[in-house]
Design a protein around this ligand. Structure first.
Ligand code: DGJ
Length: 736
């Protein structure tokens, strides 16, 4: 049981094994009383002091001047009735005003977890995994009803939240803002904020800052969750590190523009909230319609960042990701993009395929350039028919040749886009997002299809399913290479133009739902110029994501480090590419590139036929090892041991479910002369004796030693002395 409703004390206690979350009702208002380490509740209510009288904080109740909503910690706050902080919602009523007063009308709980209509969300698979609390509130006059949903799972150590607004009246209401969650920490701003920022090829770098007395906004206004900020917000105690300390994680299950706000009021109370970005958003809610705000996955851990990440990873692996590949080891792929870009023909592909199958690669992915007259990024998006000049035997012919070599076949699409130079644009220039009469800004020479238009959605479903049905395709890479500008839709009336961005995402979700449920055996990988849409919303449909277009192993040390805070390693596409690296011109050893990729989901993206025989032999060894250990590496428990921002190097430990084998990866940065050997403390090893085997592929140096976990825990594992820049090591610990 994870929900206790105490009617006498007007209090609800949500709890897991280790976490408590407490809500109270005070004069019909919802107060947020607690979120953190599991507690036994005292027999008084409310938990927060009510006798606060502060100047310039008005009292909403004439008969009780002891409180102001400006001061109280609130569960889902409005604006305009004495609370001046950032509200969770704002609705424009029939009379043009936007002041609402929602009063609690009912609190109930139910077993299980409902799906959220039209939106991705974590799900229950077996009875008893989730319990849901539903709080119903009603506005004092507008006939608007609001439902707050809290889904609690003891098994997954998590609470998720989302909400619904229902118009039970006869007149239109406009939603100006509806976020998914709000938490107020009363009298507490002792937090650092961690957020994950970046740009193309530099995704999810970590910024850790003291929240101080400011308001911080973490957001995307780009129509995608974006490379620029990830919809993940962490509030951590000052002493929180990878191994210990308190951290609160909030991750929005949404792939479009979002906004997170962290606001500290003058009394050191912290408000944190996240949801769909209200910028440019205005939703017309007609009579009898409902609107759902997407789910937020809330994780509390007092076992440091690793404790939190382990919770997210398990939940996402088991109860967010779906489909045939959820629990299946993923094939080792080779992608031709960096090997050929647009310049390929059947012979070249066969040549890469042959070399790939000889080293043991299992899946060939044909990237951009196979369709229309696409020989550069200037043309043909939307013309999803094969370019017979490049591929005379067609997709079927190419796929069959590769299959004869023992390879599965995968294909790249960028379905959401249209090139102005395309047959599709000649027929349907109005199918892109645009504002009439205004120049259409191009990004990478392309425009964005209007997925808020159901005709466009149906067209995409049809054209892609025709290709997938008529060709032997085992994998799809779903790319998206620009953000949305000139937001407007030709099919929506003027009063609904503020709905375009969200309707686009709903349309995208519909298209992905149809295709992934029709083609259950196909492995889908999402991509947005690398990791521009690495979010839980996309993961619900596609179990792996191309993490970044930056394939340099040193850069990946930071990108994969940041990504791993919420997203499991199995979801992180990670490829071995050539040197010098195409993005940064850096040369890192083949072993480092491979071991970095093995801490994600290993693939290759280079022209194998240009490598030396010696390198090919090494790659064969890498692949042999990976296939043997793949299940453990892809699905094992993942611990970050060394923070690359503080140390210029990093280390990752992966643990098997039985805790009988551990894989220690060490990645060095730039070498320095005259160093000591460093030791890495291995606090996560289960007690016992371990055979330690260094897997150094270059030198075939598989030396073995035996150590006790207590020694490794206290003194640490002694790393080899660094010999060269960007060197890496993999050491396997097997319990005996
Ligand atoms: C961006 C992707 O991230 C790349 O991997 C590649 O697929 C290109 N698009 C192709 O245009």
């Amino acid at each position: 049981m994870g929900i206790n409703i105490d009617k006498k004390l007007n209090r609800v206690h949500l709890f897991t094994q280790k976490t408590s979350y407490v809500i109270e009702v005070f004069e019909g208002e919802l107060l947020h009383s607690y979120w953190g380490k599991k507690i036994i509740l005292p027999h008084y209510t409310p938990l927060v002091p009510i006798e606060e009288v502060n100047s310039f904080s008005p009292n909403p109740n004439k008969l009780n001047k002891t409180y102001s909503l400006d001061i109280l910690p609130r569960e889902f706050p409005d604006y305009g009735r004495s609370d001046f902080r950032s509200p969770a919602y704002q609705f424009i009523l029939e009379d043009g005003t936007n002041i609402t007063k929602f009063i609690v009308k009912g609190i109930k709980k139910e077993q299980g977890k409902r799906p959220i209509p039209d939106l991705p969300a974590c799900y229950q698979e077996n009875n008893g995994e989730f319990e849901t609390l539903i709080i119903t509130l009603e506005d004092y006059k507008s006939k608007l009803q609001m439902k707050l949903y809290y889904c609690v799972s003891e098994k997954y150590e998590v609470i998720t939240r989302y909400c619904e607004v229902i118009n039970t009246g006869n007149s239109k209401i406009y939603l100006d803002r509806l976020l998914s969650m709000n938490v107020d920490f009363y009298n507490d701003n002792n937090f650092d904020l961690l957020h994950f920022y970046g740009s193309w090829a530099r995704e999810r770098h970590i910024n850790r800052i003291d929240i101080g007395h400011s308001t911080h906004t973490i957001e995307s206004k780009r129509g995608a969750s974006s490379h620029q900020q990830n919809p993940l917000i962490l509030l951590a105690r000052k002493d929180c590190n990878e191994q210990k300390g308190e951290v609160y994680g909030m991750n929005l299950v949404y792939s479009g523009s979002f906004k997170g706000t962290i606001e500290v009021n003058p009394y050191n109370s912290t408000r944190v909230q996240i949801g769909i970005n209200d910028f440019g958003f205005k939703w017309c809610l007609k009579a009898n319609e409902a609107f759902f705000a997407p789910e937020v996955v809330m994780v509390y851990s007092n076992e440091g960042f690793n404790g939190m990440s382990n919770i997210y990873h398990r939940l996402y692996r088991e109860r967010l990701i779906r489909g045939a590949y959820r629990d299946k080891p993923r094939p080792i792929l080779i992608n031709n993009w960096e090997a050929t870009y647009f310049d390929f023909d059947e012979e070249k592909l066969e040549c890469i395929g042959k070399a790939a199958s000889e080293v043991g690669i299992e899946l060939f992915v044909l990237d951009d350039g196979w369709f229309g007259k696409r020989n550069s990024d200037k043309t043909s998006l939307g013309d999803w028919y094969v370019n017979k000049q490049k591929l005379p035997t067609g997709l079927k012919g190419v796929a069959n040749k590769l299959k004869n070599m023992g390879l599965l076949f995968g294909l790249w699409f960028e379905p959401e886009m249209i090139s102005p130079d395309s047959e599709l644009y000649m027929k349907h220039a109005d199918w892109c997002i645009h504002v009439n009469g205004l120049t259409r800004s191009e990004g990478r020479n392309q425009l964005v299809l209007d997925l808020s238009n159901i005709q466009v959605q149906d067209y995409l479903i049809k054209i892609i399913s025709d290709i997938l049905e008529s060709n032997p395709i085992n994998y799809v890479k779903w790319d998206m290479n620009r953000h949305v500008t000139e937001v407007g839709s030709g099919t929506l009336p003027p009063n609904q133009q503020g709905e375009v961005m969200h309707r686009y995402i709903l349309g995208l979700y519909r298209v992905m739902e149809e295709l992934t449920s029709q083609f259950k055996d196909i492995l889908f990988e999402s991509c947005s110029g690398g990791g521009g849409r690495f979010d839980p919303g996309m993961l619900y449909y596609m179990p792996q994501v191309w993490t970044s277009d930056d394939t340099d192993a040193y850069e990946r040390m930071f990108i994969q480090y940041g990504t791993s805070f919420a997203y499991p390693q199995i979801s992180m596409g990670a490829h071995v590419s050539c040197v010098p690296n195409h993005q940064v011109g850096r040369s890192t050893p083949l072993q480092t590139r491979t071991q970095m990729a093995m801490t994600g989901n290993l693939g290759y993206e280079l022209d194998l036929s240009s490598l030396s025989t010696e390198e090919i032999e090494i790659i064969k060894e890498h692949i042999k090892f990976y296939k043997k250990e793949r299940k453990n590496l892809q699905f094992g428990k993942y611990y970050r041991l060394i923070n690359p921002y503080e140390n210029g190097m990093s280390s990752v430990l992966i643990e098997t479910p039985q805790k009988d084998k551990y894989y220690l990866f060490i990645f060095f940065g730039v070498n320095k002369p005259n160093q000591n050997k460093m030791r890495i403390q291995l606090v996560y090893l289960k007690e016992g004796k371990y055979i330690i085997e260094s897997v150094d592929f270059n030198e075939n140096n598989h030396s073995k030693h035996i150590y006790d976990s207590s020694f490794l825990n206290l003194f640490g594992y002694e790393c080899p002395l660094q010999n060269e820049d960007f060197e890496s090591h993999l050491i396997v610990f097997t319990r005996v």
